[in-house]
Design a protein around this ligand. Structure first.
Ligand code: FAD
Length: 643
């Protein structure tokens, strides 16, 4: 693998000759993949399976090998904000959150956000994937994705089933219908469970949400034992992510070249050799008559040399920069809303106003509750130095123990189970008013109709509660010696829509990320209900008997006004941005043709990453991103009809 570090640098060293367009110094590949993240590495690995096809990956981050902050599951979140791992994006001031500017972390490394994320490995409900097709993403639905979900993973059998409730173990009979047995990513079930988990699950049942023994089968609602992307078979106890799985499979292929610590700054379009041909292509593209051809990618080395260069694509450029990087690079390359491009000083090549629009994210609110300190929670690692040392030693010796564990209990609840029928009816009416409002775009209108149906569906989660048995994750520091549970309340199908755009032609500047959190009144109401419910959960038996008190935001938060302020002050991202290069018809606000994944108006520039998702789904998105990328690779290879 080290070879690729060296190769990347070696190629970089020769880049200046490419800038001068010296044909002898050109590095040309069949496919140039921009972004060696979650989706980019899947695509590059699959395309390079053909030894006669050359593939380059341009990745802004380094490759972290044997890096505890990436590999050790229990260290999840410790690399956030660290420039060696994280782009450290932030939002614009959020009008509905007292103008707060919030972090928007993204993985900046080979493996991308799969190397920075919190390791949960789950799936949404069938109805939510089918909604993509209903919306206009032809060919993208549960049935078309299921084989690819399976293709990405080898799910390890459960090793220990005696602590978590037996009802939560997936039935083995149909297991292989929904779970992969021979894919690169190695998800597993946890092997250590807090003794808060069972009472917590029973409490969730008592508030009216049932247990789901296998949420991977098309109905992802209920409280369940999630798989986690932790390898317990090959790389014992390590994060299983795109670099350690897909890239590991392909790293010694001579036809795959990875440019590390190299940022793509612009995609160039080959409009022929003559000025006449260039102008006529430009004109026909602007008139919607022709298709622009991506021919090369400008890059800059993110090391002290700052060398710039150009990498050429014989066949295609595939953009996998993620929900922020992809719209940014499209705009830097002249594809987007002409007004935005003009203000940023970028000439428009393709008039595509949907670029960077349709931004959606799951807002989240974090509360923690003190529990009896005799319970087994992750706080033990903080409270008991001897235990911590023994766990650290066990992990380094055998890759097992608490450091090889990330135990979240997930609950995706239909709204019906949580709020009164009166409030539900009010929210539905508000959704109808929004659909009919004159300012609502045709795309938002269609999306909101679907979301309105989701509000009353039995098989769609509208609010997620994530329980982590441990504290230290809110703004109020844990008291030494105390134990906690943390409950994250997340909105799964918000009505608010944001955007990601450039405001300068400088490729090194961060894009303007405006999630417009809680812009919509329905979102504000559901946030209010959700955070109140999180407390209600802890006041319901049998959990109530174990809870000592409300730690953050604290028992003094009682009225709706208090809770509303809390939602404004404590909102964070759940780190699930999507939608900024949606795969939808152009006339509906799409950026990418769903059948080919080609950017509208281009002949050979495809997008493959989370920005394609036209609508949020009630799940943590990584396994869906892998599945999308696997299917995309088959589209690119012409293995799927219609592409
Ligand atoms: C902190 C955090 C926690 C999360 N927790 C979970 C979780 O527990 N479970 C879950 O399912 N999902 C989780 N997610 C979400 C999930 O990880 C992402 O949805 C998914 O990884 C996105 O994949 P992607 O391919 O779209 O983008 P990424 O994986 O981010 O890949 C984009 C890649 O492109 C590179 N890049 C961008 N621009 C350029 C450029 N101009 N030039 C060169 N390279 C570029 C980036 O460095 C990056 O490597 C989390 C995400 C984060 C950030």
């Amino acid at each position: 693998m080290g070879r690729f570090n060296l190769l990347g640098l070696a190629v970089l060293a020769s880049l200046p000759s490419l800038v001068t367009a010296n044909p002898a110094g050109r590095r040309t590949f069949d496919y140039v993949v921009i972004g060696g993240g979650t989706a980019g590495l899947v695509v590059a690995t699959r395309l390079s399976e053909d030894p006669d096809t050359t593939v380059a990956v341009i990745e802004a981050g380094p490759h972290h090998v044997d890096e505890p902050l990436v590999d050790t599951p229990e260290f999840f979140s410790k690399a956030l904000g660290n420039p060696a791992f994280d782009w450290r994006f932030v939002t614009t001031p959020q009008a509905n959150l007292n103008n707060a500017i919030l972090p928007q972390p993204r993985g900046k490394m080979l493996g991308g956000s799969s190397g920075l994320n919190f390791i949960v490995w789950d799936r949404a409900s069938q109805r939510e994937y089918d909604a993509w097709e209903q919306l206009g993403a032809t060919g993208w639905n549960w049935n078309s994705l299921l084989p690819y979900f399976k293709k990405t993973e080898t799910v390890a059998p459960q090793l220990q089933a005696d602590i978590f409730p037996q009802a939560m173990q997936p039935p083995q009979v149909n297991f292989d219908d929904f779970h992969g047995r021979s894919g690169p990513v190695q998800p597993s079930y946890n092997v250590i469970y807090s003794n808060v988990s069972v009472p917590y699950v029973e409490t969730i049942n008592n508030i009216g949400v049932g247990t789901n023994s296998d949420p991977y089968t098309g109905n992802a609602t209920g409280v369940y034992n999630t798989e986690v992307a932790i390898d317990r078979v090959k790389n014992l106890g390590k994060r299983s992510y795109a670099a350690s799985t897909y890239f590991n499979m392909s790293s010694d292929r001579p036809n795959l070249t990875v440019f590390l610590s190299t940022q793509a700054t612009k995609i160039n379009f080959d409009l022929g050799d003559s000025v006449v041909s260039l102008l006529s292509s430009l004109l026909s593209s602007l008139l919607g008559l022709g298709q622009m051809r991506a021919s090369s990618v400008d890059v800059v080395a993110l090391n002290s040399t700052g060398i710039t260069g150009r990498v050429f694509a014989r066949k295609e450029v595939i953009l996998s920069g993620g929900a922020f990087g992809t719209p940014q690079l499209l705009e830097l390359s002249g594809i987007g809303n002409p007004e935005i491009l003009r203000e940023a000083g970028i000439p428009t090549l393709i008039d595509l106003p949907a670029v960077g629009e349709n931004f959606q994210d799951h807002p989240s609110f974090t509360q923690d509750f003190e529990v009896q300190n005799t319970l087994f929670t992750y706080d033990l690692l903080r409270n008991n130095a001897t235990f911590n040392s023994s766990q650290t030693a066990e992990y380094s010796e055998s890759g097992t123990g608490l450091l090889a564990n990330v135990q979240f209990v997930l609950t995706f609840s239909p709204l019906k189970a949580l709020i009164s029928s009166e409030l539900l009816a009010t929210v539905q009416d508000q959704a109808t008013a929004l659909i009919n409002a004159p300012g609502t775009s045709p795309l938002a209108r269609r999306q909101h109709r679907i979301t309105r149906d989701f509000l009353t569906a039995d098989d769609v989660g509208n609010i997620e509660f994530i329980m982590f048995p441990g504290g230290g994750r809110t703004r109020v520091a844990p008291t030494p010696g105390s134990a906690y549970i943390t409950v994250y309340t997340c909105l799964m199908h918000p009505f608010s829509r944001g955007s990601v755009h450039v405001n300068t032609s400088d490729p090194m500047a961060s894009p303007l990320i405006d999630p417009s959190y809680l812009d919509n009144d329905i979102d504000r109401q559901l946030a209010l209900q959700g955070v109140k419910l999180a407390r209600t959960i802890t006041q319901t038996e049998p959990l109530n008997a174990l809870v000592v008190g409300d730690h953050s935001p604290g028992a003094n938060v009682t009225t709706d006004a208090d809770w509303t302020e809390f939602t404004k002050d404590f909102l964070t991202t759940t780190y699930h941005p999507i939608g900024t290069a949606a795969m939808l018809p152009r006339e509906l606000g799409g950026v990418v043709d769903p059948l080919t994944l080609k950017v509208h108006g281009t002949a050979n520039l495809r997008v493959v990453d989370a920005s394609l998702m036209p609508m949020l789904i009630a799940t943590h998105p990584q396994s869906t991103v892998y599945a999308i990328a696997e299917r995309a690779a088959d589209i690119i290879r012409g293995r799927i009809l219609g592409s």
